[in-house]
Ligand binder design. Sequence first.
Ligand code: MG
Length: 307
Amino acid sequence: MTSPCIITVAITGSLPRKENNPSVPVTVAEQVEATHQAYEAGASLVHIHVRNDDQTPTSKPERFAEVQAGIMRHCPGMIIQFSTGGRSGVGTERGGMLPLRPDMASLSTGSCNFPSIVYLNPPDLILFLAEEMQKYQVRPEIEAFDLSMLYQAVRLAEEGKIPKPIHIQFVFGIKNAMPAIRQVLEFQVSELKRLMPDATWAAAGIGKHQLEVNQWTLELGGHCRTGLEDNVRFDKTRLAKNNAELVKRVADLCGKYNRHPATCDEARALLHLRPAETTSLPGFGEGVTRQRDGWGSSQPLSNKRSN
Ligand code: MG
């Protein structure tokens, strides 16, 4: 028996541009196509930042809504996670798309340094975003860029500000934040298990650390994140062809560690998410849901990954 590994694809991010890798998806159509390819390659969760057509980051809810609709149509069951990250908006603007009720949204539970900026998440903003997520039934994925963020997430859950058990993403390899050191990951995982045994976790390595962090995570029983947001290269010698190529590399590695790429249904159950068939229809207010079949008129591009 192999155990499921939820593969997250972080398709775009705020930083990489087409000058860095021409396959970075920027327009809505490019983002939907890139997500579909990654879904076919084994990803069950997509982490989304949106851009303006000139590639600059934005947090416009309209743009998130278009991408969400395209992915719901073409990737049935896939978990949609919006970023509330700090480069695309200021203050509470960062949660402006939460009324669209994606399955999940990222939530950082502290501040730290990034390569050239302070990634600012003051306590009142964290609470605001957490409350908005509760209000719209969006499950947070905690983005932990340093050790303290793990403890703050557990405390928020104990206080009822975010749902239990938490799902947390440990991020490694950002300059000025947590370096990619396996013992650090092992310590974080052991602390998480001690404090909240039923919590789930994933890890991401930035740049050249992506593959090694994927391998540690597969071995330690966590869930993997890959994609062009974190790393535009396949290896030292060349750029990644696209997001799907990076996903396929993780999917292919699963067997070596007695794992398999989670189906969308498995991933939803592991993360305590609502089933795909009752995913909320964006823009229709709280409590309104509709069968996924009722969304749009065209057929999915492919059903290979539906389950
Ligand atoms: Mg992100």
